[in-house]
Write a protein that binds this ligand. Structure first.
Ligand SMILES: [Zn+2]
Ligand SMILES: [Zn+2]
Length: 185
C-alpha cells in the first residue's frame, strides 16, 4: 500500500494529527490503510509535519518509497526536511505520543510516568495513543518527567507545532520545566 504526498485538491479534509483543516493546495500526507469497515483501502490525511511527528513509520515508508517522477521536487524537499523528526520518533518510540501542553487546571491528575500528582498550574504534557485509526487522549505526564518517559527532551519543536497558541515566554517556561526537577515553581 503506497502512502501518498500531494497538494490538497480541496480544503475539506481535517488532519488526523492536529484536528485542524488542511487548506486547499497545502501539501498533505495520505496514510493508506486497509479499510476498517470492509474491503479496499482508506486514506488518513495529515499535514506533513503532523505526520512526521505522530506517524513516523508510514511517513518514513513514504520517504523511502517515493519514486522520482511521481512527486515534484518541492514536495520531496519539504518531506525530506522532516525526516529527522520522523527518525527521532522511531528511535524514541514514545515521542510520537506528545500532544497538547498546558498548565494543570487542578491538582488531582496523576502523571502517567511517575504516578505522582501533578501540581495545579504545573506544566503537563498530554499524551495520545494511535488506536482504531485515530488518536485517543491517554493522560498526562509532568513536564519534568519528559526525559525519563520519552528518553529525550528534544521535543520543543513538536510542542511548538502542536500548541500554536503558546507564546515565547510560555515556551521558555516549558523549556525550563522539561529539565528533570525543573517544574518546581
Ligand atoms: Zn495537522
Ligand atoms: Zn511524573
Amino acid at each position: 500500500m503506497a502512502h501518498v504526498i500531494e497538494h490538497a485538491s480541496t480544503g475539506r479534509a481535517k488532519c488526523r494529527g492536529c484536528g485542524t483543516r488542511i487548506d486547499k493546495d497545502e501539501l498533505r500526507f495520505g496514510e493508506r490503510r486497509p479499510n476498517a469497515f470492509g474491503q479496499g483501502e482508506m486514506t488518513l490525511w495529515f499535514h506533513l509535519p503532523c505526520a512526521a511527528y505522530k506517524r513516523p513509520e508510514p511517513f518514513r515508508e513514504m520517504l523511502d518509497g517515493v519514486a522520482a517522477g511521481e512527486t515534484s521536487a518541492d514536495e520531496l524537499q519539504a518531506a525530506q526536511a522532516l525526516r529527522p523528526a520522523a527518525e527521532l520518533g522511531l528511535a524514541r518510540r514514545r515521542v510520537p505520543r506528545l500532544d497538547k501542553v498546558d498548565r494543570a487546571p487542578t491538582g488531582r491528575g496523576r502523571c502517567r510516568h511517575c504516578r505522582e500528582l501533578i501540581d495545579k498550574d504545573g506544566w503537563r504534557i498530554g499524551l495520545v495513543f494511535f488506536e482504531e485509526h485515530r488518536f485517543q487522549p491517554s493522560g498526562f505526564i509532568h513536564a519534568a518527567c519528559a526525559e525519563a518517559y520519552f528518553e529525550t527532551t528534544d521535543v520543543l519543536d513538536r510542542i511548538r507545532h502542536f500548541n500554536p497558541e503558546l507564546g515565547e515566554a510560555e515556551l521558555e517556561a516549558i523549556r525550563a520545566a522539561l529539565q528533570p526537577g525543573g517544574d518546581a515553581d
